[in-house]
Ligand binder design. Sequence first.
Ligand code: NAP
Length: 332
Amino acid sequence: MEYAQFSNGIKVSRIGLGTWAIGGWLWGGTNEQDAIAAVQKALDMGISLIDLAAVYGYGLSEEIIAKALDTRERRDKAILATKAGVVWNSGGQVWRDASAKSIRREIDDSLKRLKTDYVDIYQLHWPDPKVPIQEPAETFAALLKEGKIRAIGVSNFNVEQMKEWMHYAPLHSVQPPYNLFERESEEEVLPFAEKHNISVLAYGSLCRGLLTGKFNEKSEFPEGDIRQSMDPKFHKQNLKNYLAAVGQLKAMAEEKGRSVSQLAVRWVLDQPGVTTALWGARRPDQLLEAAGVSGWKLNRKDMERIERIIDGNIPSPLGTSFMAPPSEVPAG
Ligand code: NAP
């Protein structure tokens, strides 16, 4: 495993475990035993950073991670990076709430579910247009002083929002979507983060499994899986284009004795400014390939070839706006 220095000085693994699917919500359900085994496998492999959010599985991801971190040794090995600012009701509706009142409640709920007395990296999940940035920023700064959290991050923020946050609170990390197919953050967020020593946790490194090479045009997803209805990359003609690119990336990876997942995550790690690539997994076997991401790099010619593959197959790349939760409580 490769490691990097996080901007507050702690050592973090360059591959982090993503736990959204572990909660089951928007991923067609979960299997607790497999999920616990995946977390413990990650730690055994040297993956220390575990990315969570209160809303993943409506709290279930945090509860499962607490079960997996069943010894002091395991808890101490783990860098828990959870998030606040997206809340839910008993009907399963979710929306953004970055108010001080909500964050104060959320941190206490997360600490309880995680069975711990501190969160290593606490992130605001989404900016909330209803609440001025000053409010969550000052609340996060207070939580840092109180010792409930050890570092502050934001997610899905643009540069203007990050700049504003930095007027009121330290900013140790940003978490944008970033993978071979979703590259908007290259324009401003990554250069800004690099310039200001803000660590970057890149999410969706495998583009929700698309970049593992396991899908084809006939792939089907269970009801309630984000890829079934929400993510336009998995729809008809779009999917054809993306699969064509994956096929060529796979052939390139094989020439190098690697899998396409390894190539895709290596690519993320080799981009300027990226600290850690998040690898979403809900079973231990899904992490085995992560070991083969370390210890090599893509050279300039490889990078150029990858660009040609993407440009040649995906004339109009699709973004990630389908992931954004509503800012108000949904009607009904
Ligand atoms: P991802 O890492 O791009 O893809 C994860 C999915 O790929 C897995 O759930 C699994 O799908 C499949 N997969 C993983 N390893 C595999 C392997 N070896 N072979 C075959 N398939 C494999 O997607 P993600 O989970 O959305 O993103 C990673 C993490 O980033 C999340 O878990 C979360 O922590 C974070 N994230 C944050 C935000 C945010 O707003 N801040 C948004 C999205 C994600 P199946 O199990 O279905 O096969």
